[in-house]
Design a binder for this molecule. Structure first.
Ligand code: SF4
Length: 326
């Protein structure tokens, strides 16, 4: 195994091999049965699940994902939807610009790739709204490619288990990325990406060790090794975890500021305005009087409406009424 730290006396190869076996067994027994897992979703469906799960808990995403995939099962279908339909279907998932970016992505996939989601990193990361994390997740989870998938949960788990310290938020450090690459299991020759079912050529290698590892580490971070209250007593890595052995030093410390309270924020006001529009009859304009009744602070309300307009999430009529974009 390559070095994890220059001063490494980690015995990291043994630790990683042990962690691979433990987590694979745990994943087989404990993985949540989410509808886009276990080869049941197309690569496009996996991409939609990843976009929806950014900043929203996976368990909350399930009903939205199911309704969305029923309405628009592939990129071509989503590309043809109206903006109003897309914003309405996004519902209360939050950060609704993600919905518009997803539709832009669908249009590019439909036009440039004939509706088939590409399976190489450079092409994926060039799509609207697709960053390093989402591209890596699609390559691993949908196509079975061997690539580290690094999100907040993964960073937290790997840092705790292998380095014995808290990952402190902010952007992923070079050390964290190197660690994720170094501890990624090797796959067998039969495990690489290839042709198969699905809308972009799924690989049939979703059981590859690297894919199982990526999913299992992420899952462990979501349900066991949580940020503030890790359930070490239920953790399959408890006997080898360096953070647990050290007594959880600095548990929950973060470099970034704590999240802003939701109550009274612009995010809340934007959500209230969009919610009112989603519940208006299709194509209808919400009159100015009803708009003003949505929030008592007129200046904040108008600023939020302006920002929603800028984001392309609503249209302002001449009299100040609002409607969803066509
Ligand atoms: S033992 Fe505790 S801190 Fe270590 S990985 Fe498991 S839950 Fe996280």
């Amino acid at each position: 195994m390559p070095d994890i730290d220059d001063s490494d006396e980690f015995g990291a190869a043994d630790l990683a091999a042990h962690a691979h076996a433990r987590l694979a067994a745990w994943w087989a027994a404990e993985a949540r049965d989410l509808p886009w897992r276990f080869g049941r979703a197309t690569p496009w469906g996996v991409l939609v699940s990843e976009v929806m799960s950014q900043q929203t808990q996976m368990s909350r995403v399930v009903p939205y994902w199911e309704a969305w995939m029923e309405a628009w099962p592939d990129a071509a279908a989503l590309a043809g939807a109206s903006t109003a339909e897309v914003i309405t279907a996004w519902g209360r998932l939050g950060y609704p610009r993600r919905a518009l970016r997803l539709q832009e992505c669908a249009r590019v996939v439909a036009e440039r790739y004939g509706g088939r989601l590409p399976n190489d990193y450079d092409a994926l990361v060039a799509l609207p709204g697709v960053g390093d994390y989402t591209a890596s997740a699609v390559i691993s989870f949908a196509y079975g490619g061997r690539i580290p998938v690094v999100d907040t949960n993964v960073r937290r788990v790997l840092s705790r288990v292998f380095l014995g310290v808290e990952s402190r938020g902010g952007a992923a450090s070079a050390r964290e990325r190197r660690l994720a690459a170094d501890v990624l299991p090797e796959d067998g020759p039969e495990d690489g990406p290839g042709g198969g079912a699905g809308d972009g050529g799924g690989s049939g290698s979703r059981e590859a060790p690297s894919v199982v590892w990526n999913q299992a580490v992420m899952e462990l971070g979501a349900v066991v090794c949580t940020a503030k209250a890790p359930l070490c007593g239920r953790c399959p890595l408890a006997d080898v975890c360096r953070f647990a052995a050290a007594g959880l030093p600095g548990l929950g410390e973060r470099r970034t500021r704590p999240r802003q309270r939701f109550q009274g924020t612009d995010r809340q006001v934007r959500g209230i305005v969009l919610d009112a529009l989603r519940h208006a009859p299709a194509g209808a304009t919400l009159p100015r009087g009803r708009v003003e009744a949505l929030w008592p602070d007129r200046a904040q309300l108008d600023a939020c409406i302006a920002s929603l307009d800028e984001d392309g999430l609503l249209c302002i009529e001449p009299g100040g009424g609002l409607r969803l974009p066509a």
